[in-house]
Ligand binder design. Structure first.
Ligand SMILES: [Zn+2]
Ligand SMILES: [Zn+2]
Length: 370
């Protein structure tokens, strides 16, 4: 389950009834925040969620309404005696910007680790980031199914959108397990994601699992020893795997008893951008697409173009054209837009499942029954 809360829905400046746009997602004891403008920690308090256990903060870009709340948030985390490192993800220059802001929050009881984005699009599996191992040293493998795509959008400074995805394993397949002669006593353990040495029935540690998977990926890239494109590394890995197989029997893996992966969950978040292809591509099949809509009025289109923002109709067209989007939440309203819901009937004509989100709008995304 992905617990999701859009803490604020404002753009540019916080208002007495509207905090700045920020999204918080919790999964299996892990918390991720996207953007932290002025007042985000107050919006979080209103929701009843604590900033202390946040593991990762992602930034779309370095305009004040998306990052100026960070120093205060860090101080609150420090006051709550947080000790584990915090991972920050954002555009190139992240460390420089954050370290400048930290002049007013210099002493923190925890370390900050940075992951700067440089490519137009980057796939991030948290557990593959060396920085994440510092944040979650013990149980990092329990977050293997959670991953992030950061994709560059079109604003007047470098700006990224994010898709957060939760994979879902396939259904148990007894026929497959029997065909592969997997002893029945291991079925449920494998189904729970364990890796088992067939020879002695012991389970692999998270580290051993990761090493095994890495080796398996290399073997896939360079199958057999005869391929002309084999890398020395791939050959070495294949040989090691062979030896291991001879010495200790098979390593039983969850995919030996499971069918093909099922539909997981996906949330896409984009603010401060003109419509672009990267959004359309990445928003496809989102259970929840959170998109900026700075203005409701269609006659504000030229203003939106000038400041690299969107009107509601453009956000709705993105949701429609992406394909497979289940629900659209509009956010990042101009302070002049007092009643976003007034523009909803027109917007729904383009994408019926549109919601003019208000601060604190929450949903628990669950896997489809099947
Ligand atoms: Zn903004
Ligand atoms: Zn901006």
């Amino acid at each position: 389950m992905l617990e999701t809360c859009l803490l604020g829905t404002g753009g540019m400046m916080p208002l007495p009834y509207r905090w700045l746009t920020s999204l918080m997602v919790r999964y299996n004891g892990m918390s991720i925040l996207i953007d932290a403008g002025e007042g985000t920690q107050i919006a979080m308090k209103k929701k009843g969620w604590s900033p202390k256990p946040i593991d990762v903060i992602c930034f779309t870009h370095f305009h004040a309404d998306h990052i100026s709340g960070l120093p205060g948030l860090l101080l609150s985390m420090g006051n709550a005696e947080r000790e584990t490192p915090l991972l920050l993800i954002g555009p190139k220059g992240l460390a420089r910007v954050v370290n400048s802001l930290r002049v007013i929050a210099p002493e923190l009881p925890f370390e900050i680790v940075f992951h700067e984005l440089s490519d137009a699009e980057e796939q991030i599996r948290f557990t593959d980031l060396p920085e994440f191992a510092k944040v979650r040293p013990e149980d990092s493998a329990s977050f293997r199914d959670l991953h992030l795509t950061a994709f560059r959008v079109n604003h007047n400074v470098t700006c990224y959108g994010y898709s957060l995805k939760l994979d879902r394993a396939g259904r148990f397949d007894a026929g497959k397990a029997i065909k592969l002669a997997i002893p029945q006593k291991y079925w449920s353990l494998l189904q729970k994601g364990q890796y088992i040495r067939e020879a002695d029935g012991t389970a692999l540690t998270d580290e051993e699992k990761a090493a095994f998977e890495e080796k398996r990926a290399l073997q896939k890239e360079a199958p057999g020893a005869s391929g002309a494109e084999n890398t020395a590394e791939g050959e070495a890995a294949a040989q090691t795997a062979d030896t291991e197989e001879e010495a200790g029997g098979r390593i039983l893996t969850p995919d030996m008893v499971l069918g093909p992966a099922r539909r997981g969950l996906k949330i896409t978040y984009t603010t401060d951008t003109r419509p672009c292809d990267a959004i359309r591509r990445n928003a496809a099949d989102s259970d929840l697409f959170i998109c900026e809509g700075m203005y409701g009025e269609t006659d504000k289109l030229s203003k939106a173009k000038e400041h690299k923002h969107m009107i509601f109709a453009e956000a709705a067209k993105l949701a429609r054209d992406a394909g497979g989007v289940k629900e659209l939440w509009l956010t990042h309203y101009s302070p002049a837009l007092v009643r976003p819901e007034d523009f909803l009937p027109e917007t729904k004509k383009i994408f019926p499942n549109t919601i003019a989100a208000k601060d604190g709008r929450s949903t628990d995304l669950m896997f489809e029954e099947d």
